[in-house]
Design a protein around this ligand. Structure first.
Ligand code: GLA
Length: 666
């Protein structure tokens, strides 16, 4: 069993949109799915207008026949609730369903995702459709999973209409209880923003100048929650009508608008849509980071790649195809990072519509040509890896990721507008990935106990409680590396007074006297462990209190001052990195990794990515040659499941080649 659905082995398939095709084509679809080894498809994602042609009209006959064909051919269905694009009749009868921008523009029908998350009409109609679908198909032999909506927050993440404003006020009342508490949290004495009643409050619509930062932060929290409420409204119907069927909604990787920690808690299976750009030579690193996050969102349980492009997408300015070997490698990479299925957008390439030039498992040319050969080959590869399903990944290192801090960091009017959380995290992640050190992500209130090393590339917003947990983690023997501009404000975006980063000062043993963001194009030289490196974007006037100095600025006003420090605290140790080192952060991480006793999964050849999944009796080493040139790499002794060949100490990998070596449990 894969563990994530009733379907055994790894899942393979994609979005299937039969409503775009005459019925004669469906028989060919299911025949070819079988030929390619497809065992799982997502159906009905954009079928609302076809399933419910009018307020009280339903047309399920065609959908019954589609699901019947799938069941007959042994293809399991991830049945969508079909609620991502409300039909024309609904928005014409209730124009207030359409979302409104911060500038007051109501967005029109004619694309997709045109709904206000707080609209009672939308939520009611969506819940009704979800219930109707669940009631009809709960016992269907094809059913394996429910797919709620599609990519919440794609296109529309916020709505500024009157219904949203009222919902925001209700949310604020729940959060603060009375307006005095809100005034205190929002610091409304600044610029005379004091409110007398909740009724005076509006969403942060277009305004003459900077809006209240706590209002903006609360708005981000509210918007993530409003979409979550839509999801929960549908899920409640599914759980009531069809208990026991796993429920998912597809995420969009490390997506700023939605706090996926909160969301994942309400999913049975985490699923993700990933579209790394084949034109970007480093895309696989960012992809790996996203996959590690997806695995971490439910504490390491296998997740599902719900969508990727078999080759090119259609929505970038220039849409590069994936060379077949790269497409295969990137598919295997998702399994390497804990996915138990590789699904695609989409099964059959659309003939018309906005996505007609998006690649598909079955292209416009049909079964002649290279894409279909790749489609069939991938089905074979995934079948050979069936026994990997359900196995887990153990990591020594955790990166702390907090959406609240992310939102707050990227508000306006900060020392530098250049700080972007995803980029900061990615630069640290890339250093670990280059060393093949396995990484999990943890939320700020997550359990740190199992990790040798915890990294906080940036946690601008930090409650006293989180700081206390970090402090006791280090006190008890943990290793912590903390990046600049962390521990600066509390949960209301109010500065922690007394010297930055006040709540972490003891554990880090430093105080920051002044932020010194580095102008664009400039850099600051730093000496780090005897190496000359450069910092860009950020530097600080840092004073070591109890910490030792590990790196020093070597010119200008900061000459001789600490840039990187390490502090023995209790049984553990904590590093502070006061500047942006880019890829050179690896030098600090090397020291912390060694001190923590955290090891790479395997010392492989440069450019070979390695992960390990562990089952009850076996381990599976994924060796992925991301370098684009052939190589000879050290490898564990075992059997390559992709070829059946025995492996002894080394492996030859062609450009973008891969091996999955099965060994006795490591
Ligand atoms: C997203 C959507 C799909 C499709 C693809 C195209 O992932 O969920 O419906 O639009 O993008 O890449």
């Amino acid at each position: 069993m894969s563990g994530i659905t009733r379907v055994p082995g790894l899942l393979y398939g994609g979005d299937y949109n039969p409503e775009q095709w005459p019925e004669e084509v469906w028989a060919e679809d299911v025949r070819l799915m079988r030929e390619a080894g497809v065992n799982f498809v997502t159906v009905g994602v954009f079928s609302w207008a076809r399933l419910q042609p009018g307020p009280d009209e339903w047309d399920f006959g065609w959908f019954d026949r589609v699901l019947g064909l799938l069941a007959e051919h042994g293809v399991a269905a991830d049945i969508a609730t079909a609620t991502a694009s409300p039909p024309a009749w609904l928005v014409r009868a209730h124009p207030e369903v359409l979302p409104v921008t911060a500038d007051g523009v109501r967005l029109e029908f004619g694309s997709r995702q045109h709904y206000c998350p707080s609209s009672a009409v939308y939520r009611h109609a969506a819940a009704r459709l979800a219930r109707t679908i669940a009631s009809r198909y709960r016992d269907h032999p094809a059913l394996a999973m429910w797919h709620v909506h599609n990519e919440y927050g794609d296109h529309v993440t916020e709505c500024f209409c009157e219904a949203s404003a009222a919902d925001f006020r209700r949310w604020l009342r729940d959060r603060y209880g009375d307006v005095a508490a809100l005034n205190a949290a929002w610091a409304t004495d600044f610029w005379s923003q004091r409110y007398g009643t909740f009724e005076e409050i509006e969403p942060p619509r277009a305004a003459p100048g900077p809006v209240n930062p706590t209002q903006a932060l609360d708005w981000r929290r509210f918007c993530s929650g409003a979409l979550l409420a839509c999801y929960l409204g549908e899920k409640a119907q599914l759980d009531e009508v069809a208990p026991g069927v796993p429920v998912t909604t597809n995420f969009m990787s490390m997506f700023k608008p939605l706090d996926y920690w909160t969301w994942a808690a309400h999913e049975d299976v985490v699923s993700d849509d990933a579209y790394p750009d084949p034109a970007d030579p480093d895309a696989h690193v960012g992809a790996a980071m996203n996959y590690d996050l997806m695995r971490s969102l439910k504490g390491g349980r296998p997740w599902l790649l719900m969508e990727q492009a078999p080759s090119a997408v259609s929505w970038r300015p220039v849409n590069a195809p994936k060379p077949p070997a790269l497409a295969r490698l990137w598919s295997l990479q998702t399994v390497a990072h804990g996915a138990d299925g590789v699904l695609h957008f989409q099964w059959r390439a659309s003939r018309a519509g906005a996505e007609k030039f998006h690649s598909a498992l079955l292209p416009h040319r049909g079964t002649a040509g290279r894409q279909w050969a790749s489609t069939v080959a991938l089905g074979g590869d995934l079948a050979r890896l069936a026994e990997v399903a359900g196995t887990r990944i153990a990591s020594d290192v955790a990166i702390v990721l907090d959406w609240n801090s992310w939102w707050a960091l990227e508000l306006d009017d900060h020392p530098s507008a250049r700080l972007r959380l995803r980029d900061l995290v990615a630069s640290w992640y890339a250093a670990l990935a280059g060393r093949n050190v396995g990484v999990d992500f943890v939320p700020p209130d997550g359990d740190l106990a199992g990790y040798r090393l915890v990294l906080a590339p940036n946690l601008y917003l930090m409650s006293d409680a989180t700081a206390a947990r970090f402090t006791s983690y280090v006190d008890g023997g943990g290793r912590l590396v903390c990046g600049f501009f962390s521990g600066i404000v509390d949960e209301h975006d109010h500065v922690h007074l007394g010297g930055y980063p006040a709540p972490l000062r003891d554990v880090l043993g430093v105080v920051v006297d002044e932020f010194r963001p580095v102008p664009d194009g400039a850099s600051v030289p730093v000496s780090l462990g005897g190496r000359a490196v450069t910092a860009t974007m950020w530097s600080e006037w840092l004073e070591a209190l109890t910490a030792e100095v590990a790196g020093t600025y070597t010119s200008g006003e900061l000459d001789g001052r600490p840039a990187v420090t390490r502090n023995a605290y209790g049984e553990g140790r904590a590093w502070y990195v006061g500047c942006h080192l880019g890829g050179e952060i690896g030098l600090v991480l090397d020291e912390a990794l060694a001190d923590a006793g955290a090891r790479p999964v395997l010392d492989a050849a440069p450019g070979v990515e390695v992960t390990r999944r562990d089952g009850p009796g076996n381990s599976y080493y994924f060796l992925l040659n991301q370098a684009g040139r052939e190589c000879e790499t050290p490898a564990p002794d075992g059997v390559d499941l992709l070829t059946g060949a025995a492996v002894r100490r080394t492996l030859h990998l062609p450009p973008y080649g891969a091996a999955v070596v099965k060994t006795a449990r490591a």
